[in-house]
Design a protein around this ligand. Sequence first.
Ligand code: PEP
Length: 254
Amino acid sequence: MSQRRPFVAGNWKMNGARAQAAALIDGILAGVSALGDAEVAVCPPFILIPLVAEKLRSTRGRVLWGGQNLDTHPSGAYTGEISGPMLRDFDCTYVIVGHSERRSFYGESDAIVAEKFAAAQAAGLVPILCLGETLAEREADETERVVERQLRAVLDRSGVESLARATIAYEPVWAIGTGRTATPQQAQDVHRFIRARLADKSAAVAAGMRLLYGGSVKGANARELFAQPDIDGGLIGGASLQAEEFLAICRAAG
Ligand code: PEP
């Protein structure tokens, strides 16, 4: 049986203002005693992190928080950017790197994602590294090649031992925000593949790696996905904006 503690992280994306964020966190806090065993984190937009951090401190680590992105540099003349040390200053534990929306809308290459991964760890953050293929790539039977290439960029930059201080989220791009979830078997197949590629480098890192699935996870489909042997939780977008739905997903993981 796996020793890996399940993990559910919410990616709020560019949603919410102060009032909605406060209500959402209050909703999560109302259900915190029945969360189950899973580790839980939320990743709000940067500007809402202070508010969220202030409220979640009362959970004493039961619900953690993180950023959705960071710059590759720790500080300097990079107008409009936010760095890893800035996120740590607000007690972020996690930061998402390489989300498909960053890769496709903001031109983040595998090399940039690998730099961001390294910058996150240098700042003491735990990166949640997103990997995943587009629909065209899946239909061309290129899923494994794409995911392996994305993973290799980080392995080459930071080494396999760095992955012991990270989480990986497999997020097929065609399943993100589309309502079209990968079947549990489709997700499991890619998760098993990712774990095997890690095992090529380090059996210990592969065995300890928490591999999250992301892509239209809801309360109704979470249990079946999380029951797969290589799926250790989820990265949740849309459904993390509703407290009840997010709590149901956390319970399914726990
Ligand atoms: C995501 O943005 O990481 C995600 C998985 O989104 P959704 O759950 O809305 O598909």
